[in-house]
Design a protein around this ligand. Sequence first.
Ligand SMILES: N[C@@H](CCC(=O)N[C@@H](CS)C(=O)NCC(=O)O)C(=O)O
Length: 406
Amino acid sequence: MSVQNTTLSWDQILELAQNNTPARRVRRFGVSPSTAPIPISLHKLPPETPPPVLLYRDTNSWCPFCERVWFALEEKEIPFATEFIDLNNKPKWYTDLVPSTQVPAVKIEGELVYESKDILLALEARFSDSPLLPDDPEENAIARQLVEDAETNGSKEVGYKFLIGTSADDNELATLQASFEAKLDELERALAKYPGSYFLSTFSLVDIMYGPHLDRLAASLPVYRDYHIKGNPRFPNLNAWLAALNERPAYDRVKTDAATFNLLLRRLWGVKPSGNPLPLDPVLSETIQDRAEAAERLSDNREAAIGDILKNSGVQALAVNGDISAVKDAIEFHLKLLAEYLLHGDKLLLPWGRVGGKENLDPFSSAVGAITLAYVRNRICVPRDMSAGAATAFRAAANKILASIY
Ligand SMILES: N[C@@H](CCC(=O)N[C@@H](CS)C(=O)NCC(=O)O)C(=O)O
């Protein structure tokens, strides 16, 4: 295999990718995150008009409370701007501004609101022509009560305790599981009260309050506690609800994915998995739009990606006599191969690295390639870098090339 093997230039890859997906992000130079999503409704604003809402959210887009607010903004198609807050180093102006010092917070036409539940209700009061609470007064009152319940009934706290409680022995774990299941039973009954898959007769703020938390728990409990919500016959309504939620286009833009959250749990909180990570969900990534979005993100942001790989993956150690230009070339070659494979799928013939137990390719290049692909596969973070569907396509393609070259 030689570095000349890929056929397209980066510009050609980018153009081809952009022809196959409407997904775009703004690039942010020299700051983290290096790209930011563009709200679906931003084009509705006349030029030079500031959006009515400013959202303060976490730099890495991991926060489920921020996800609630982002979800509502996208559902209600409210144009908004985003200010990212580094939670490891919160700026003083932010801690001076927001009494809780937490994210999310918003300014709605200049007025500060914080606490995700209060933000959702404030957005509802100000932007009433795209309601996420029922019109019917009786159902509206029930909805408001359910929003309060979602905040105070302890379901998310019990769920996270079951997931993260580190010193738990088997008995304690069984008790935590039973308490969590009791909460899920309550939600199961609540979901049965109205026809359809949601908590009320239509999709509402109640679904948004629960969605980001329960989706994370459903993704992680199988890996860390060998406990399944999805496919569990005890929770048919919750399963139908999760499926309905995941079909909403707005949720598709804001949600995280199982791989991101599961890696985060291990790296940030040191939680030990009880099983292997779940297989990637190919259903999430079978569309060309997803693959093209992943290729678009990679090619548009390649300079930042190459810089990050060189700096943080450990690959520099392979440089001969400190000359990193060959390392850089091999990184770039494999990223390009990944982008092309995303666009062409199995029609692109991948290089075969090892044949009959012997190497028949440049071992230096393929070692750099293996590090590059393994690193980017685990490094991408949803929804910070791309949508969940695109990330699934990206990770699956990286695995496929890794299996081929190494
Ligand atoms: N009750 C708050 C919780 C928000 C929250 O816990 N935010 C976390 C990020 S997920 C945070 O800001 N953590 C940083 C800190 O507490 O300093 C809400 O609903 O908005």
